[in-house]
Design a protein around this ligand. Sequence first.
Ligand code: AMP
Length: 442
Amino acid sequence: MPKKSATKKEPAVSSKKAPPQIAPPRGMRDILPAEQGFWDIARKACISIASTYGFERIDTPIVEETALFVRGVGKQTDIVEKEIYSFETAGNEKLSLRPECTASIVRAYISNGMLNQPQPVKLWYMGPMFRHDRPQRGRYRQFFQFGCELLGEMDAVCDAQLVIISYLILKELGIDAVVRINSIGTPESRVNYKNALSSYFRSKRARLSEEDRKRLTKNPLRLLDSKDPAVIEMKAEAPQIVDWLDEDSKAHFMRVLEYLDEINVPYQLDPYLVRGLDYYTKTVFELFTASEEDEATQSALGGGGRYDGLAEILGGRPTPAAGFALGLDRVVSKLKELNPQIEPNKVEVFVAQLGEQGRKKALMVFEELREAGVKTGEAFSKDAIKAQMEIANRRGAAWAVIIGQKEVLDGTAIIRDMDSGTQEIVDARKIVQEIKKKLGHG
Ligand code: AMP
């Protein structure tokens, strides 16, 4: 027991300075219970469609060696140059929070010898990614992605299937998406295009910002991602990569589009879509809603493409592969916009109690109902029946089981129809049976 001085007057608590409150890190947030129902729906749609197409779950570490992302995503990408969360551990390991998952999956494919399994290897993942980006609407520093990766197969039908899966997930959620698609060919065919693009923008160098001038020297393709309105305007006249594609990439792209036509996935050809990561080859695509606002803010719901060179960059054998990632934060926000009425966590029956004896009996009844597979609610810390009935209504219970002092003594319980308010008394030993009958459970 702490000693208390009887003579000295204790200072009033309010005169103590309260310690400062701690907020979540900038650009990160709590996903509260009221939102979880939407997340569940989004995750379910992703998993169900990916599984139907034969994809299996993989979990990789949230931190990886920094070198994985420097090599895999690319040293000169915004992600690695500006946005990566890197740190050195006490054991001098240079690690980073993953900014995306494709490099990790290819690393896992190599580390686990998946090359020796029947190909293609089809994997899906879901989890948080981290980018130290400027936070704004739909852009967080910790955000969630669901993604599919298909490794060990180069056929164009795989690219098309990945576009179809990502489109279908959104469709399943009631989100009308449009696919923007392009081919960026092979690294070899890109060299000539880069030169053409470079000389086009060099002729307009005076109008470029400091940052875009850097992009011009380091990687002119990045200019096509620039958000600067002047560059967007210049882009309209810029050379287009389709004119520089090698024959194989061209034929591959045509086949992808034919498959999409076949299954009526709406797409728009976007000759300037290059995506911000170094590893892409041939097909690249992004998914947008048809809303003008989303188009204006360039906030894609997801994106992906083929990355035939990545496994080799990461020290593996040459492995053709393709994949996509959906941004779940944005998908959930769209889902909420479309279905504000979703009510998560409903119960079928609510167990209410009155008095200490009633509460004790109710604990057991709750357990029996739960074991019988009935979705049951309670508010055991509340005493007043009125407060308990309010909670029962809020949680959508059709029935309430009410147990008070009298019922305990009589060995009975009251079953209340929450809609009509009518009540009946039942034998306490038959509560589960009665409730199951009323709910139509077998
Ligand atoms: P990316 O591979 O960068 O195109 O990312 C794929 C998808 O993840 C994007 O289309 C977005 O929906 C989502 N995404 C990427 N970065 C963020 C972020 N900072 N905040 C929220 N969602 C993001």
